[in-house]
Design a protein around this ligand. Structure first.
Ligand SMILES: Cc1ncc(COP(=O)(O)O)c(C=O)c1O
Length: 368
């Protein structure tokens, strides 16, 4: 049996262990403590924004961001059809409606040229998703938002450190939302963050994160808030990860370059595209094979697994899910979702590993 290559795994070093040890021995195990404050400060600096609000995961971060912007029941929020379900679910928690717009066939992010057709007098915001680590086309999205008086929330859950035209994501709109789940670029186990330059969004998100408790009168609550707080233990892990983020991203860039070297691509077998204006952080390397259908892809993934290579299918379109089926005509999303898989991408994979993985993938694609 070959060595097994998971799709992703976290990188934990002595530094992470040291910080978590320090947090636990300090006794500050809940949501107050040095590491919470430090990670909020340092993550804001990293994203080039004034403020960060840490949350207990990315989904609650999205929910809190929508609440902080004043999104209400029956408002319409534009999202890409191809994304992780959390983008849509956070909108639904408010009673607002996610409106799915098709994706761009190259970047796999929302197709900005199709946004205006989806805007109605109920539309309040756009949530572009920086999918698989590649930034969405933010200038075009921001221009449309400005013209139509809409908020923009970047779903940057998969894209810590990615750049749009040399500007880091998370600070390119009203606010950004990140996930620190175990398979993300950096992790806190479970966790999330809202990044913003807007003091009102910051204050409101912080207030709602802690049950909307009055700042001046403890245990007095003026509205229904949430407990969406991260713990100091998680933040300790996150700070160590953030200290190492440059080497983590560099490793992912090398991995993508090695895949480009060893995977045999042609017109119908492609690795993910990177726009000339983008720096992708390659959260997960994407492989598309044009003649795949559901059954063939299941066979491909099963055959790879038998040879020690984990993979996962692209997300399904949100509008295809039973609770969101509103018959959107998003052909690119539907087509892409069935022909793509993600292949092992995590810190520490070496060139020899990628060569081994690629040879097995090349062989399976020829035999499809
Ligand atoms: C695009 C996207 N949005 C939101 C989330 C939600 O993050 P979390 O899993 O931390 O709740 C994720 C992550 O899993 C994601 O990939």
């Amino acid at each position: 049996m070959n060595k097994f290559f998971p799709i992703s795994q976290p990188t934990i070093t002595e530094l992470e262990i040291k910080y978590v040890n320090d947090a636990i021995t300090s006794g500050w195990v809940s949501s107050l403590g040095y590491y919470i404050e430090e990670l909020e400060k340092e993550f804001a600096k990293f994203c080039g924004v004034k403020y960060t609000v840490l949350t207990n995961n990315g989904t609650t971060g999205l929910h809190l961001a929508l609440e902080a912007l004043g999104i209400k029941k029956d408002d319409e929020i534009i999202i890409p059809d191809l994304t992780f379900i959390a983008t849509a679910n956070a909108v639904s928690y408010i009673g607002a409606k996610p409106i799915m717009v098709d994706i761009d066939a190259n970047t796999l992010c929302i197709d900005a040229s199709k946004i205006e057709a989806a805007i109605t007098n109920k539309t309040r915001a756009i949530i572009p998703v920086h999918l698989y680590g590649h930034p969405a086309n933010m200038d075009e999205i921001n221009t449309i938002a400005k013209k139509n008086n809409l908020f923009v929330i970047e779903d940057a859950a998969e894209a810590h450190g990615a750049k749009y035209k040399d500007k880091i994501v998370g600070g390119l709109s009203d606010c950004g939302v990140f996930s620190f789940y175990g398979n993300k670029i950096i992790t806190t186990g479970e966790g999330g963050a809202i990044t913003t330059n807007n003091v009102e969004i910051y204050e409101k998100a912080k207030f709602l994160r802690d049950h909307a408790m009055s700042k001046t009168k403890r245990y007095w609550h003026t509205e229904v808030g949430y407990n969406y707080r991260m713990t100091n233990l998680q933040a300790a892990l996150g700070l160590a990860q953030l200290n190492r983020i440059d080497e983590i991203i560099d490793s992912r860039v090398s991995i993508f370059n090695w895949y480009k070297k060893y995977i045999k691509t042609n017109e119908s077998v492609r690795l993910n595209y990177t726009a000339p204006w983008a720096k992708s952080v390659n959260w997960l390397v994407c492989l598309e094979v044009d003649n795949l259908n559901f059954e063939l892809r299941e066979t491909l993934m099963k055959n790879l697994k038998e040879q020690g290579i984990d993979s996962r299918p692209y997300f399904y379109p949100v509008s295809a899910m039973p609770m969101y089926n509103r018959k959107f005509q998003n052909d690119v999303s539907y087509n892409k979702s069935i022909i793509g898989i993600n292949i092992p991408t995590f810190f520490g994979l070496q060139e020899q590993d990628i060569q081994t993985i690629s040879e097995i993938i090349n062989n399976e694609i020829i035999n499809l």
